[in-house]
Write a protein that binds this ligand. Sequence first.
Ligand code: ATP
Length: 516
Amino acid sequence: MAQEDVFKKVVSHCKEYGFVFPSSEIYDGLGAVYDYGQNGVELKNNIKNYWWQYMVRLHDNIVGIDSAIFMHPTIWKASGHVDAFNDPLIDNRDSKKRYRADVLIEEQIAKYEEKIEKEVAKAKKRFGDSFDEEKFRSTSERVIEEKAKRDALEKRYQEVMNAEGGIDLEGMKQIILDEGIVCPISGTRNWTDVRQFNLMFKTEMGASADGASTVYLRPETAQGIFVNYLNVQKTGRMKVPFGIAQIGKAFRNEIVARQFIFRMREFEQMEMQFFVKPGTELQWFEEWKKRRMAWHQALGFGAENYRFHDHDKLAHYANAATDVEFKMPFGFKEVEGIHSRTDFDLSQHAKFSGKKIEYFDPEDNTSYTPYVIETSIGVDRMFLSVICHSYCEEKLEGGETRVVLRLPAALAPVKLAVFPLTKKDGLPEKAQEIINSLKFHFNCKYEEKDQIGKRYRRQDAIGTPFCVTVDNQTLEDNTVTLRYRDTMEQKRVAIADLQGIIEEKVSIPYLLKNLK
Ligand code: ATP
């Protein structure tokens, strides 16, 4: 199946099976805002739990907080968001559509890369086992030509993005014109100038218009951590190196809001700021790259679906940055950012608040402003990567197709579905009895409608790893048929053994044990 089709199917599957709904749907929706349904919220909570347990529970030196969404407006001055949290935008006059100019250019770079990879793939097919890829890449005229175009564009792009005094907007427009980039809707090159647009949502706090002050909906959760650094370090008697983690909503007035929950205007982040001694930050940066990648890969989706994308272009406060990218149906995309943020944030807050924000190191009797390594992952993007990877259409013997979400069992919304074979002879009561004893341990669901086969399909479609059928034999010997989602294997097991068989597999600690 073409990857675009997979993505379309995932989006409609999410709606049909209660994972994700467009927000305010009966009013025709609200752009790039989504609601999570009865199954979506369970999956999302499990993802958050997986992150929290790994970061906070398994690390003795990381603690969590939950800071408010509203914060003192000066915080956003200090962080640079008021002045610099801007996207360069360009409009197409014919389609009236607005685009991020940097994204248009990055897509053009990706096109050159795609052409190169296509050439290589073609040659590989042609030459078979005798193919020397390295040699081909350095000698093929087509590849050399495309690579030269790509490198020249990349160089110009870096120059305009890092121009003195901020992004060179005119330079950006010129690149778009020179590259002949067209609007995907109108197909024309009738572009406006590039303009800057601040991504923060503003609102007023206070009763009267006179006394009210402008506050922002936070565009990231990180600043809530920085401004609580002293509180947590002192009350928790934390010793550097230590981390503070938080999960919470963030808001960005994104202009190019496409690709479902990949880019939303209201979304959720799981962020951790790790405070270290100056001079040790690059070592910690490498360490956190390793730990975060291991966390991703413990889900079992295959190492080939992940890669790091190290940033050449660094924000002025960072001395290293990388993205963890995952292979979505629309290409490798950022799911998480890992940044070495130096002492920028704490120093800025010290400057703007007038408070001393330092750490006294008892080991060598010195005081310093800690440096920070940040790991920042979007819950919704993680959700999307999990669901895209798990969605599967399987041809069965007899020609039937089943749609199954092969979710890691620990993330699945429902862990066990219990079906009475029929609605009579006391079978429903027996099924309820099983649920009543297991529901304290994991999420169970009761289903009695339709034939068993249909009930299995419905559970496959939401990723339920285990189903149990209660029949007349159950009433005699307290055994049930246990059916496994992935293999569809069925086994007769004692009711008394169910908890032991299922609980271990569906628990978050089971997943965490995969971490090397
Ligand atoms: P992008 O380049 O895609 O705009 P970013 O580099 O601005 O992302 P960060 O500021 O580093 O993103 O935020 C950290 C993480 O938060 C991202 O890796 C992503 O998972 C998530 N995230 C950021 N913006 C959004 C959004 N609009 N919708 C959903 N998730 C988001």
